[in-house]
Design a protein around this ligand. Structure first.
Ligand code: HEM
Length: 401
């Protein structure tokens, strides 16, 4: 058990919670030299800072790299940054406001709600296969294919091309881990080039013959006066495709791993499926799939009496915030019926997860289907954690019925 914040240590990644407890007890903000970031472990601070306009996901709307005291990324990384820097997750106002409004026009609550029957059907098909085979890998057989199929379906990515998405996404998301290596950057650049080229072609096709899909809707929003440039279209599609599955995959697999380790609670859930909505929220709180998000300090701020100057970077520890006893009663206990559960898993403020309603539909569908159709499902071995800390998930989850 590691009580130190060691994001590259497998023991820490497998269970970061004791280290978080120590960080919370030792202060509001901690300098972490290996990444040159300030770690913020308390719920109240994480929640407030996500809403604080003195911070940003980027600084480039106000400063050049040099003005902000940072080195520009190497020219060879340019394709990754071009792709990333035009997506709303890495923009601030006014571009963020403008593009998020356009996406919201296409990604409406009605479009998302209308997907529910499709999501349920897909979940039923995937679970039926696991049942038929008497077990399998819950990650590869259910957790992964469901959100990938849903977001690909929404955007109108042809079925034959869908196997391309997961490897591109994985290579790009490697850059969101702490201190990525040059090899990680090389893979992310290659994936950014290929993914962008692929989408450029798909977008051109949809311009010629629009369909009922989200890409066509984004083009329509683009053509109505407000502007979505070609690069913004590509970056939006990549963001939706990647954000649209990465965290849901891990929430599903991590959630089942948690349930298997709490057999009493799993039995209660199996006996009473009406617990499912609070159970899904609790699983998202208990083992947060996205452990950390970063913010740049655009103007000096103070956290718990410590001055954090402009140019600094904060690491907001979502996994820790969700276990903070100052906000959650008995936070290290899994309580599938927890009623007071304002977890921070989907973020807060202007970058609050655009896909939260869709993620909830997917999670309810897959957990619900597995409860109904695989009531005897049990684990056949202890899972191994992926090395990633920021996007944290197990490598496989082997089960039998
Ligand atoms: C359980 C699953 C999910 C989790 C835990 C999750 C979590 C998050 C979080 C924490 C953020 C904000 C990050 C920050 O403030 O720095 C975010 C943003 C975002 N998420 Fe999700 N997400 C999930 C599923 C989805 C899905 C299914 C989509 C599908 C479209 C999606 C699309 C987005 C987008 C587009 C943003 C950027 C919003 C903005 O910057 O304005 N997410 N997500």
């Amino acid at each position: 058990m590691s009580v130190l914040f060691e994001p590259w240590s497998p023991a820490f990644v497998a269970n970061p919670y004791p280290a978080y407890e120590r960080l919370r007890s030792e202060g509001r903000v901690h300098w972490f030299e290996p990444t040159r970031q300030w770690l913020v472990p308390h719920y109240e601070d994480v929640s407030a800072l996500l809403r604080d306009r003195r911070l940003g996901r980027t600084y480039l709307h106000r400063f050049t790299h040099e003005e902000f005291g940072r080195t520009p990324p190497p020219a060879a990384h340019e394709p990754f940054h071009t792709l990333n820097d035009h997506g709303i997750l890495d923009l601030e106002a006014p571009d963020h406001t403008r593009i998020r409004r356009l996406i919201t026009k296409a990604f409406t609550p009605r479009t998302v709600a209308a997907l529910e029957p499709t999501v349920r059907r897909l979940a039923a098909e995937l679970v039926a296969k696991v049942v038929e085979e008497g077990g399998g890998d819950l990650l590869a057989d259910v957790a992964e294919p469901l959100p990938v199929a849903v977001i690909a379906e929404m955007l109108g990515v042809p079925e034959a091309d869908r196997p391309l998405l997961r490897p591109w996404s994985a290579d790009i998301c490697g850059m969101f881990e702490l201190n990525p290596s040059e090899e990680t950057a090389r893979r992310a650049v290659a994936a950014s080039v290929e993914f962008s080229d692929y989408l450029r072609t798909l977008i051109a096709e949809r311009r010629r013959s629009p369909g009922e899909d989200l890409i066509s809707a984004l083009i329509a929003a683009h053509d109505e006066g407000d502007r979505l440039s070609e690069q913004e279209m590509i970056s939006t599609c990549v963001l939706l495709l990647n954000a649209g599955h990465e965290a849901t995959v891990n929430t599903t697999a991590n959630g089942w791993w948690t349930l298997f380790r709490h057999p009493g609670q799993l039995a209660e859930l199996r006996a009473d499926h009406s617990l499912l909505p609070t159970a899904v929220e609790e699983l998202m709180r208990f083992d947060t799939p996205l452990q950390m998000f970063e913010r740049w300090v655009l103007d000096d701020i103070e956290i718990g009496g410590t001055l954090v100057p402009r140019g600094s970077e904060l690491a907001l520890l979502f996994g820790s915030a969700n276990r903070d006893p100052a906000r959650f009663t008995d936070p290290d206990a899994l309580d599938l019926g927890r009623a007071d559960n304002p977890h921070i898993t989907f973020g807060a403020g202007i970058h609050f997860c655009l896909g939260a309603p869709l993620a909830r539909i997917e999670l309810l569908a897959s957990f619900g289907e597995l409860l109904r159709s695989a009531p005897t499902m049990r684990l056949t071995g202890e899972p191994v954690w992926n090395p990633g800390y920021v996007i944290r998930g197990v490598d496989e989850l082997l089960v039998e019925l």
